[in-house]
Every structure is written in structure tokens, then in C-alpha cells.
Write a protein that binds this ligand. Structure first.
Ligand code: C5P
Length: 221
């Protein structure tokens, strides 16, 4: 339907959660499966874009025509994204990046004892915030998974991270967010517009997001 509407564009997509190691066998993670980002990568490749997919750990198969870079931690993702940023026309950041990691990674498996164990966490880099600070020609698209005050938090992130638009969902809803094949989102734009979208398959939503990306490219001329 869209022919090669993204031919000549290079698009970086990030997907899935990150794993923050505690020791050689344990990590802190989250419930992201990578389905949303993989759907966007697949559809962008179908529309003729050159797609780089930076993916956290997930069993999902690499979409046809996509160059995949596997990462584990937020810091790995940070390095992989930075390495590609100058050369891309757009970044779609669907990954659920851990905000914190264990302050220390134990060299050997942590042994149990009878008492409590306290974990100390330290902040990870905010990758998208940094991309926003260094933005030149790139179009930046973020995601916001919230459980309350969706519009307020999403607009805050849009501004703070210098995004062109942000796709926000309430992950407390049963058919939206992590681990389900559907999503229910609102999209907020830098010019103040907002759109409500009905519940739809993530593959269909990928199409909507890329339609909006194409419009943003066209407006730039
Ligand atoms: O976690 P937060 O709600 O701030 O995520 C909003 C956007 O920022 C998402 O697109 C996410 O991929 C990105 N992000 C990031 N690096 C982080 C945290 C979030 O790139 N450390």
C-alpha cells in the first residue's frame, strides 16, 4: 500500500527491555517484549527504509531486511545508539530502558544468608534525552508507558527530551503495553496537537507511527 515511501531514509529503532546485571546469573529487568519496536522496524523496512534495530534481549525473530544489533544493558544500548546517531534520519525509541542499574555487579554469584539483602542502584544514562540535546537533522520519536496522568507525563517527556512526537499508552489497561499484541495510544506532537487512537494491533499502530513520521519528513521538505 505504501510502496517504497521510506526509500532513502535511514531509521534507527530500539526495542525490548534492558537487563541490568546483579551478578553473573541475575539481572533486573522489565516486562517489555520488544513487539512494538519489532513491528515498527518490520514496517519501516517494508516501506523501503534502511533500518537498524538495536534490541535488548528478546526471542523475537529479526524482521526481513533489518540490520539488528543485540544489546543487553542500558549502557550497551547507549553505546550502540550513539554509534549510529549521526548517520540516521530518524530514531524511534520503543525500548524500555532501565532507569537504574545495580551500583555494583558482583564478580561471582551472590550467596544467600539469613538476613535481608539491600541493593544499591545507580542512575543509567537517559539515552533519548541525550539524543534530544544533540539533535541536528534527526526526527526523534519517543514512547511513554504510564500508569496514570498519561497526557501530563507524556507532554513533559516530549518537551524535556526535545522530541518531534511521543506515543503514550496507559500500561495499566489490559490491552495496551507490555506483552500483548495490541496497543491503545495517544500521540502528542511538539506543536501541541494530540491524537487519540483506537485499540489496534501493534502491526497496525506501527503503520500509523510511520505515516506520522513520513508527514514529519514531508513538512521539513
Ligand atoms: O522511561 P521514560 O518514560 O522516560 O521513557 C521515555 C522515552 O525515553 C522512551 O522512548 C524510552 O525508550 C526513552 N528512554 C531512554 N533512556 C532511558 C530511559 C528512557 O532512551 N534511560
Amino acid at each position: 500500500a505504501h510502496g517504497q515511501s521510506l526509500a532513502g531514509r535511514r531509521i534507527l529503532v530500539t526495542a525490548a527491555g534492558t537487563e541490568e546485571a546483579l551478578d553473573p546469573v541475575r539481572f533486573l529487568g522489565n516486562r517489555s517484549t520488544g513487539r512494538m519496536g519489532f513491528a515498527v522496524a518490520a514496517e519501516a523496512a517494508r516501506r523501503g527504509a534502511e533500518v537498524i534495530l538495536v534490541a535488548g534481549p528478546t526471542p523475537l525473530a529479526t524482521p526481513t531486511g533489518v540490520r539488528r544489533v543485540d544489546v543487553r544493558s542500558a549502557r550497551d544500548m547507549h553505546a550502540a545508539v550513539r554509534a549510529e546517531y549521526d548517520g540516521v534520519d530518524a530514531v524511534i525509541k520503543a525500548a524500555a530502558v532501565a532507569d537504574y542499574r545495580p551500583a555494583e555487579m558482583a564478580e561471582h554469584k551472590i550467596k544467600k544468608s539469613d538476613g535481608e539483602l539491600t541493593l544499591k542502584l545507580t542512575r543509567n544514562p537517559d539515552i533519548l534525552y541525550e539524543l534530544g540535546q544533540q539533535k541536528k537533522h534527526q526526527i526523534l520519536v519517543g514512547f511513554a508507558a504510564e500508569t496514570q496522568n498519561v497526557a501530563e507525563y507524556a507532554r513533559g517527556k516530549l518537551a524535556k527530551k526535545n522530541l518531534d512526537f511521543i506515543v503514550a499508552n496507559n500500561v495499566a489497561e489490559q490491552d495496551a503495553g507490555f506483552g500483548v499484541p495490541t496497543n491503545h495510544v495517544q500521540i502528542f506532537y511538539a506543536d501541541g496537537r494530540a491524537e487519540d487512537h483506537p485499540l489496534m494491533a501493534k502491526a497496525a499502530l506501527a503503520g500509523v507511527i510511520l505515516d506520522r513520521l513520513e508527514e514529519t519528513f514531508q513538512k521539513r521538505g
